[in-house]
Design a protein around this ligand. Structure first.
Ligand code: PMP
Ligand code: GLN
Length: 398
C-alpha cells in the first residue's frame, strides 16, 4: 500500500484517471462504463427513496435482494443457497473481498492468487496480515491466450495455504479460466483443505467463452465463497451493491467482519438491484452484445497500429504488449520508454490516450511482472466515440 519511500499511494486507476482528466485524454484506463445502467432500474432506486428506504438496511441485506441473489444463482448455475443464511449483501465486491479475506486469513496463513491480480486482492491480503503467494497467468504462444501455470499452482498450494483466491473472468487479462484450469484449482484446494474465494464480478460479461463458477465443481460448494456485484452486470458501479454466497459457517464469519466495516449500506439501491436481478435479463444481454462490438472495434484498431492484443473471453479489458509503440512515444518525449508503466504515464501527455500498465497488477520484481513488463490494459467499456478517438490518436502517433 506504500511506495518504496513509505508514502501511501493512490490506486493505479485513480492515478491514470486523474492524468487522463488533466490531459483531456480518451480514458481507456479505469474500467467504468460511460453509459449508466437501465433507466428503469435507476427509477426503481428513486422510487425506493420516495417510499422511505433511507435508513440502515439489515446488516445482511434486505430480504428481497437476498432472495433475488439466491434465485439468480439457482437459475444461472443450479447453485442452491439459503437466502437467510448463505447470502450476504456487501458494499460492492470490494467489501466482500476485504471482509472474506480478513475473516478467514491471518498472519500464519498463505493466500494464493493468480498473477496478475486485481489490486484490491493484494491489498486485502496485506490488510489481513497474511502471506501472498502467486501463480502466473501468462501469455501462451498458440493459440494466443493467457494460460494458468498448473505446475506452479501445484507448488504454490501447500500446508500453509488457507485461501485460493480465483478471479474469472479475469481482470486485467480478460481470461475466462478453462474447465481444466478450474478443475486443477479445485483439486489443489481439496488436497490441502483450503477455502476458495472466487471473484466473479464479470460473470455475465463474456464473449463466446463460457463462464463456469468454481462452486459448481464436485467437492466445491462446501468450501467456496462466490463474490459478485451489480456494478458490472448493470453498469451501476457507483451504487456499490455486491454480494457473497456460500456455506453458512463461512458466510457467518464474513458477516462478522462486514458488520464492523460498513455495517450495511445502499438502502434504496438494494431493492432496485433485486428487481434488476429478477427482470433485467434483456438489459444484460444488450450490454453484453454492445460491449462485444466495442471489444471488436478496439481489437481491430489496436492491430491497425501494430499491436497484437490478446482476444479476451470476458470483462471490460484487452491487454497487449505495447513495445511496438515505445519508439514513437520516446520520439515525442525525448526520453526512452523502458516499460509499460513508463509508456502508460507518457501516453496521455504525447497522444491523449490513457491505459493502465499490467505491471500494476503484479508484484514488484516477480517473474510475471518481468514477463508482462511491456504490457498494458485498455478498457472498451466506453462510448464508441471515445474508442474511435483513442484509436485515431494512436494511429496519428505511429
Ligand atoms: N473485482 C474485480 C476483478 C474488479 O474488476 C472490480 C471492479 N472493477 C471489483 C472486484 C470491484 O467491484 P465493486 O465495484 O463491486 O466493489
Ligand atoms: N475495477 C476497475 C478497473 O479495473 C476500477 C475500479 C477502481 O477504480 N477501484 O479498472
Amino acid at each position: 500500500l506504500l511506495n518504496a519511500q513509505g508514502v501511501p499511494q493512490p490506486t493505479i486507476f485513480a492515478e491514470m484517471t486523474a492524468l487522463a482528466m488533466r490531459t483531456d485524454s480518451a480514458n481507456l484506463g479505469q474500467g467504468f462504463p460511460d453509459a449508466d445502467g437501465p433507466a428503469w432500474v435507476r427509477e426503481a432506486a428513486v422510487e425506493a427513496i420516495r417510499a422511505g428506504a433511507n435508513q440502515y438496511p439489515p446488516g445482511r441485506g434486505v430480504a428481497e435482494l437476498r432472495q433475488a441473489i439466491a434465485a439468480h444463482q439457482q437459475r444461472h448455475y443450479g447453485i442452491t443457497v439459503d437466502p437467510d443464511h448463505e447470502v450476504l449483501v456487501t458494499a460492492g465486491a470490494t467489501e466482500a473481498l476485504a471482509a472474506a479475506i480478513t475473516a478467514l486469513a491471518g498472519p500464519d496463513d498463505e493466500v494464493v492468487t493468480i498473477e496478475p491480480f486485481y489490486d484490491a486482492h493484494a491489498a486485502a491480503i496485506a490488510l489481513a496480515g497474511a502471506m501472498h503467494v502467486t501463480v502466473p497467468l501468462t501469455p501462451a504462444a498458440a493459440p494466443a491466450n493467457f494460460a494458468l501455470d498448473l505446475a506452479a499452482l501445484e507448488q504454490a498450494v501447500g500446508e500453509r495455504t488457507r485461501i485460493i483466491l480465483v478471479n474469472s473472468p479475469h481482470n486485467p487479462t480478460g481470461t475466462v479460466l478453462t474447465g481444466a484450469e478450474l478443475a486443477a484449482i479445485a483439486h489443489a484446494a481439496q488436497r490441502v483443505n483450503a477455502i476458495v474465494i472466487t471473484d466473479e464480478v464479470y460473470e455475465h460479461l463474456t464473449f463466446g467463452a463460457e463462464h463456469t463458477p468454481i462452486a459448481t465443481l464436485p467437492g466445491m460448494p462446501e468450501r467456496t465463497l462466490t463474490i459478485s456485484s451489480a456494478g458490472k452486470t448493470f453498469s451501476l458501479t457507483g451504487w456499490k451493491i455486491g454480494w457473497v454466497t456460500g456455506p453458512r459457517a463461512l458466510i457467518d464469519a464474513v458477516a462478522t467482519v462486514k458488520q464492523f466495516l460498513t455495517y450495511s449500506g445502499g438502502a434504496p439501491f438494494q431493492p432496485a438491484i433485486a428487481r434488476a436481478l429478477d427482470d433485467g435479463a434483456a438489459d444484460v444481454a444488450e450490454l453484453r452484445e454492445s460491449l462485444g462490438a466495442r471489444m471488436e472495434l478496439l481489437l481491430q484498431g489496436l492491430r491497425d497500429v501494430g499491436l497484437d492484443p490478446v482476444r479476451p473471453g470476458g470483462t471490460y479489458f484487452v491487454c497487449a504488449d505495447a513495445s511496438p509503440l515505445f519508439a514513437a512515444v520516446a520520439a515525442k518525449t525525448g526520453t526512452p520508454v523502458i516499460d509499460g508503466a513508463a509508456f502508460a504515464r507518457a501516453l496521455p501527455l504525447v497522444a491523449g490516450v490513457a491505459c493502465v500498465p499490467v505491471s500494476a497488477f503484479c508484484r514488484d520484481g516477480s517473474p510475471t511482472a518481468h514477463a508482462l513488463a511491456n504490457w498494458v490494459r485498455f478498457t472498451f467499456v466506453k462510448d464508441e466515440a471515445v474508442i474511435h478517438t483513442a484509436l485515431a490518436r494512436l494511429a496519428a502517433l505511429v
